[in-house]
Design a protein around this ligand. Sequence first.
Ligand code: TGC
Ligand code: FAD
Length: 390
Amino acid sequence: MNPSAYAAVDTLLGLEERLSPEDRAWGSRAAAVAADVVLPTIDADFEEARFRAEIVPAFADAGLFGMHLEAPGCAGASPTAYGLACAAIEAADSGWRTLVSVQGSLAMTAIARFGSDRQRASLLPEMAAGRLLGCFALTEPQGGSDPGAMTTVAERDGDGWVLSGAKRWIGLATVADIAIVWARTSDGVRGFVVPTDAPGFTATPILHKHAMRASIQCDVTLDEVRLPGDAILERATGLGAPLTCLNEARFGIAWGVLGIARECLALSVDYAGRRTSFGGVLAGKQLVQARLAEMMLAYQGGMLTALHLASLKSEGRMQPAQVSIAKLGNVRSAIAIARSARELLGGDGVTADYPVMRHMANLEAVRTYEGTDDIHALSIGRALTGVSAF
Ligand code: TGC
Ligand code: FAD
């Protein structure tokens, strides 16, 4: 694509000067990783449903795992820096932003926020360096929207614990070294650090997905998995603990999908400037300009929402319902922009010569995970009315 198409979008948005040089540097570093190791093979990887474990170290080397955490081994970058990094990676493919989310926002956040000093010191630097991969096991086969109904149990066994149950859709579980498993105890929901080679832990990839084909999600079974007493995340008590980790991941998604939005918008500007019909370029047709303007409005709205959320987060004021607004609204905008780009590209839009259909397919998974549209609508409705309608 002609770089001037990106410049047209970025110049009109005019937000560059609002971003600090450090934040922009994180975005550029993430974009370089995406360009070096994701983009060269992503179309084939997606078509052949291949997760390339060999490129994971490139993400670690760029410091992207847990980059926004104030924790051992982590850079403590700003929320905006983390958001820009997520956007840069998701512009290449949502599956690779999911890697950064699962490792940094979910598994590492669980340990950073709720782990013991020993767990933080021993696990987080290894995870930041990519030598230890984590996954986050909350969802269960009987339904992910209501994690409070989980049936996985952890029972006391002398000084230790025994975990039994099933989890579904667990990202990276076959390649992870540890799983953060949430289970019901006599003391409410608790979190555990489970080595994935523990006897009784089994992960099986979910096949035949039509989205997120270049990443791995699994069914997990826990068949009387025995753990030492210190495997528990001692500060995680109740469902609020995993939901706190979800806020982090949802923040990254609200930013990440804007990478797709920018990519599809710039691609549309570029295509409209090259493609001719009825004796002139598409860019010169009024309906095409109106379409591009609609895409720009949606993109700008999403960026302003994301920047506002980042400000609230850096001030320590970000509320769950505000995260719901950003996750629901920005994913919806990215889907609308990607669909509009596909239409503008005509038949070319359904081919793998362009990334639009791949992004559209991935976005269907993104709108479902980390809380479906319905769940976020109900969260917003509850905040507005004070009435829970789940
Ligand atoms: P509710 O009674 O509302 O709350 C239970 C306790 O949790 C607290 N809480 C939160 N705390 C922090 N952040 C939030 N977002 C919170 N929402 C609720 C709440 O204050 C309460 O605390 P306490 O101390 O009073 O007990 O819970 P509920 O059972 O009514 O359900 C609330 C609901 C529906 C919003 C929640 O269950 C939900 O968010 N459901 C969706 C589940 C979900 O998003 N799962 C994601 C799994 S991980 C994943 O998808 C990874 S995808 C890969 C990637 O991220 O890239
Ligand atoms: P359900 O909860 O069964 O929902 C089905 C439908 O019912 C949805 O449309 C939903 O909106 C609607 N619904 C549910 N409740 C209500 C209500 N009260 N009112 C109105 N409508 C309602 N989970 C993890 O723990 N870890 C991961 O790493 C992870 N990665 C994922 C990666 C991918 C690609 C996908 C697709 C999922 C992943 N998930 C993960 C699971 C994800 O969080 C769940 O799929 C999601 O929370 C929805 O749960 P569900 O699929 O069981 O749908």
